[in-house]
Design a protein around this ligand. Structure first.
Ligand code: ZN
Length: 242
């Protein structure tokens, strides 16, 4: 194990402390060299008192820093580059590594499981509801399952129930707080899912708030009868029973 100096800790505490000690020595020198003048204006007592209080603070600071040094807070342990000279037993080293929680690469997983800073408004065992960082309207909330799912079809039955229940709770809360003209609930899949983790949007809506459908440039080529028949047959024959 190699001990390395924690540079940030050193800069934050040791350098300011040394600076304050120098300042205190300078202050003491000033009092000594100007003792006669300070006595004449009757300020000697207050200057000595200030120096004494400042010195006490420095003494307590020194005691604290020595305690930190003994506790090893000034250094951080790094694994030795030469494993053969490592004195830690392999089993103990493995145990230490296994105690470090896995950090998922998916941002949605990290957000839903408290591994990223977020404004969480509600959570339970299955979902976390947090504020969108770029809200369409104030109160814009995202519902994320705690397990990693990308598409709606990937979600398990527990997550689906939890997501829908959460959408009702969030909607009711937003209605009570903002008295909107309506609530919109939205979920984007495939290449329109910018998080790569399933999430449902719930946000308050107001008449003329500027948000709305944007019509595609090319509309459906088939009649509703044809489309209905196509989807109904797919649902009847080709879909796994969920
Ligand atoms: Zn995820």
């Amino acid at each position: 194990m190699v001990l390395k100096l924690r540079v940030g800790f050193f800069i934050a505490w040791i350098i300011p402390y040394v600076f304050l000690v120098c300042y205190n020595i300078g202050f003491f020198t000033y009092i000594i060299t100007n003792a006669k003048g300070l006595n004449e204006i009757n300020r000697m007592g207050i200057f000595v008192f200030m120096w004494f209080v400042f010195s006490l603070v420095l003494v307590f600071g020194a005691i604290r820093i020595i305690q930190w040094y003994k506790q090893g807070k000034f250094h951080i342990a790094h694994p030795s580059p030469n494993q053969e000279t490592e004195s830690v037993e392999p089993k103990a080293a493995e145990k230490r590594l296994s105690s470090v929680p896995d950090v998922p690469s998916c941002l949605g997983c990290r957000l839903a499981n408290g591994l990223e800073e977020a404004h969480v408004v509600f959570e339970n065992d299955y979902v976390t509801c947090l504020l969108d960082i770029d809200p369409l309207n104030e109160g814009h909330t995202l519902i994320l399952p705690k397990r990693h799912f990308v598409e709606l079809a990937d979600t398990d039955i527990s997550a689906r129930h939890a997501i829908m229940n959460a959408s009702v709770r969030i909607s009711n809360a937003l209605k009570m707080i903002y008295k909107p003209d309506g609530i919109s609930i939205m979920q984007n899949g495939g290449s329109f899912n910018d998080l790569g983790h399933y999430h449902m949007h719930v946000f308050p809506r107001y008449n003329n708030d500027g948000f709305g459908w944007k019509e595609p440039a090319v509309k459906s080529r088939h009649s509703l009868d044809v489309v209905k028949q196509r989807i109904a047959e797919q649902l009847k024959d080709g879909m796994p029973q969920l």
